[in-house]
Design a protein around this ligand. Structure first.
Ligand SMILES: O=c1ccn([C@@H]2O[C@H](COP(=O)(O)OP(=O)(O)O[C@H]3O[C@@H](CO)[C@H](O)[C@H]3O)[C@@H](O)[C@H]2O)c(=O)[nH]1
Ligand SMILES: [Mn+2]
Length: 361
């Protein structure tokens, strides 16, 4: 039987919540019932002299730009400034097995019955149950209560693959790109789709960083949110870049990526004109980036996330450096990120991915 009815463990000592912010964190009041047991890692972006108020009763550590520069020294150059991409610093300094990252304009959503959604609990459920990247289950998540593998699903594949990423969605303000926001300024997402899907092996997806959880030990070093914001020619492609790198590495290492439940309520539409300026180059660059990631092949001796990521950075430099010099800088920053990661996580740096590479190709 694929589904299990045991209660979802809290994992309160195994999971950190990472929040990038330029605002006060009053949104936490609404999440208190779900987030209070957890340790928060707050990455304060922008002016480090600004005081960020954290509501009473939360256990947290807060890092501003001065802290990032102090901790990483010259390697701080790989952490974006004045962009939510800075959140990946929180992934690096965490010591926990799991990460949940959420934006400070995301609130508790309600399901169609009116019940408040504990997004964190659903992400934990998603991460603790296997994925099915090698064969699509038409009844969606076979490990969910009340579901299973359907007839014709090979029994040899029903053990599934370890889940590395749980990608949640958003009610109200959808994560649209600027052109779509401009054309449909009043569109709101009111559709609650009660499904969790594994993204099939060999398929990329647009990963949004607003409501995202992942197994830091399985895939953490791939979750670099790139060079965005101040001094960079592009923004709002931080999570996209991380998602494309993560997916090709998950496919290579035999790990799964899920998308769907849980929903959060995204309350604030960012300015579409500001977003257009940030996204502009990305909108045509991605027509070259996607074929690149679709054609990425990682050698068999890339048996750890770090080795995969370094190999990927070489291919980025070789194949995307000619698209724009930005990708030469990004490829170098990818290496700096891994160096910084391994410096802050020395024990993990030595561990190899002890995971099957999925069924023989
Ligand atoms: O310079 C900044 C701007 C914002 N933040 C913090 O990042 C998140 C997201 O900010 P916001 O909600 O204003 O922006 P969105 O357009 O909704 O962000 C989504 O789009 C993508 C941006 O790359 C990403 O998937 C989502 O984050 C908030 O917590 C801000 O406080 C920041 O740190 N620095
Ligand atoms: Mn937002």
């Amino acid at each position: 039987m694929a589904s299990s009815v045991s209660p979802t463990p809290l994992l309160k000592d195994e999971l950190d919540i990472v929040i990038p912010t330029i605002r006060n964190l009053d949104f936490l009041e609404m999440w208190r019932p779900f987030f209070q047991p957890y340790h928060l890692i707050i990455v304060q972006d922008g002016d480090p002299s600004k005081k960020i108020n954290v509501p009473e009763g939360f256990d947290y550590e807060l890092y501003n730009r001065n802290d990032i520069n102090r901790i990483l020294g010259p390697k701080a150059s790989c952490i974006s400034f004045k962009d939510s991409a800075c959140r990946c610093f929180g992934y690096m300094v965490s010591k926990k097995k799991y990460i949940y990252t959420i934006d400070d304009d995301c609130f508790v959503a309600k399901d169609p019955s009116g019940k408040e959604i504990n997004a964190l609990q659903q992400h934990i459920k998603n991460l603790l149950s296997p994925s099915t990247p090698y064969f699509f289950n038409t009844l969606y998540d076979p490990y969910a209560e009340g579901a299973d593998f359907v007839r014709g699903y090979p029994f040899s594949l029903r053990e599934g693959a370890p889940t590395a990423v749980s990608h949640g969605l958003w009610l109200n303000i959808p994560d649209y790109d600027a052109p779509t926001q401009l054309v449909k300024p009043r569109e709101r997402n009111t559709r609650y789709v009660d499904a969790v899907l594994t993204i099939p092996k060999g398929t990329l997806f647009p990963m949004c960083g607003m409501n995202l959880a992942f197994d830091r030990e399985l895939i953490g070093p791939a979750m670099y949110f790139g060079l965005m914001g101040d001094g960079q020619p592009i923004g709002r492609y931080d999570d996209m870049w991380a998602g494309w790198c993560t997916k090709v590495i998950c496919d290579h290492l035999g790990l799964g990526v899920k998308t769907g439940l849980p929903y959060i309520w995204h309350s604030k539409a960012s300015n579409p004109f500001v977003n257009l300026k940030k996204e502009y180059k990305g909108i045509f660059w991605q027509e070259e980036l996607i074929p690149f990631f679709q054609s990425v092949s990682l050698p068999k001796d890339c048996t750890s996330v770090q080795k995969c990521y370094i190999e990927l950075s070489k291919q980025v430099k070789e194949k995307l450096g000619k698209v724009d010099d930005y990708f030469n800088k990004l490829a170098d920053a990818m290496v700096t990120w891994i160096e910084a990661w391994d410096e802050l996580n020395p024990s993990a740096a030595k561990s190899e991915a002890a995971l099957p590479n999925g069924p023989a190709k």
